[in-house]
Design a protein around this ligand. Structure first.
Ligand code: ZN
Length: 69
């Protein structure tokens, strides 16, 4: 159970929730420090924005970035 993102839908491959799902968030928090996590999630957000252009951006921001703070 790796809980990685399926692209371009950005749903979790394991549980089908919008990625990052709860499992993915827990794993990311334990495997990276806060700076690495923020950089990594910004990169994911950029990819997600091009895959899901009608977002909406605020929702994608909350989903990818807000929980890392
Ligand atoms: Zn998952």
């Amino acid at each position: 159970m790796t809980h990685t993102a399926e692209r371009p839908s950005w749903d979790c491959r394991s549980c089908g929730d919008p990625w990052p799902c709860d499992h993915a968030r827990k794993r990311l928090v334990t495997t990276m420090d806060r700076i690495e996590l923020a950089i990594s999630m910004w990169a994911n957000l950029e990819d997600a924005c091009s895959d899901i252009p009608d977002g909406p951006p605020a929702e994608l921001f909350d989903r990818f970035i807000k929980w890392t703070h």
